[in-house]
Design a binder for this molecule. Structure first.
Ligand code: NI
Ligand code: MN
Length: 256
């Protein structure tokens, strides 16, 4: 069955790789995730390339990643802090990707010469050609690198015919995450685990209960001194709770 679907998929041209054509989502490895360090991930889903929170050229740990080789159809930004948007304008200008973020972040980047932007805010959703993006609450702050107002930080709930996932952005543990878990079945979640600026490992474990998702990709850890974590401890805590925590290597690609 898997083979049949893969073949079916390969017959479709890029434009046709829209989710509505894809049957039996449960049989697919529904998404291909590449880690670019800190909170930056590329996600290939429904024939489109999504890039989240690109902070690469300023990240010593990601020095082997060449931002000029990263492809993107959409760049989703959780908030205006430099460790989430540093390379967004450069990648958007080269690829023609659409920036999806809060109103203030999108406007700021368009003033920097980015051509395509889609502004959103908490509670709103929009149907894109890969699926539906719902903009959800993140408890954090948001200002642009030049100090201008960066709107409110957001998380993204992405619903597609190939599966649903949640990208939390920078956030504290919040009871609002229960709403996300009640609202949709989530197959995979990207949660910050580095503590100090965001949730810790322990709080991320509680968050995974709130969102009812046992497959977690950790982010926002190890990049700088404040957020260094003990990998073994993190993996053990999730394992003991019967959950999977993935701490991907920078540059690694994995199918989920
Ligand atoms: Ni931040
Ligand atoms: Mn951050």
């Amino acid at each position: 069955m898997f083979l049949v679907n893969k073949l079916y998929f390969s017959f479709l041209s890029n434009n046709q790789k829209h989710c509505v054509f894809l049957p039996h989502k449960e049989i697919f490895n529904f998404m291909k995730v590449t880690y670019y360090g800190h909170s930056c991930f590329g996600v290939e889903i429904c024939g489109k390339k999504l890039l989240f929170d690109p902070f690469i050229s300023g990240n010593e740990k990601a020095k082997d990643i060449d931002i000029n080789k990263i492809e993107a159809d959409y760049i989703l930004l959780s908030h205006g802090h430099e460790d989430h948007i540093l390379d967004a304008a450069a990648i958007a200008k080269r690829t023609g990707a659409t920036i999806v973020s809060n109103f203030e972040v999108v406007n700021w980047l368009m003033k920097k010469g980015v051509e395509k932007g889609h502004p959103m805010n908490h509670g709103g959703s929009w149907m894109f050609d890969f699926g539906k993006v719902k903009c959800v609450v993140a408890v954090h702050s948001s200002s642009m690198p030049d100090g201008t107002y960066g709107g409110n930080p957001v998380g993204f709930l992405i619903e597609t015919k190939e599966g649903n996932f949640y990208y939390a952005g920078d956030t504290a543990l919040t009871y609002d995450m229960k709403l996300i878990g009640d609202y949709k079945q989530i197959d995979l979640a990207f949660l910050p685990i580095g503590n100090n600026f965001t949730m810790s490992i322990d709080n991320a474990l509680i968050a995974s209960d709130f969102i009812k998702c046992d497959k977690i990709i950790g982010m926002h850890y190890d990049t700088f001194g404040y957020i260094v974590i003990d990998h073994k401890e993190a993996l053990n805590k999730f394992n003991n709770a019967g959950k999977d925590l993935f701490l991907m290597k920078i540059g690694e690609t994995k199918e989920f």
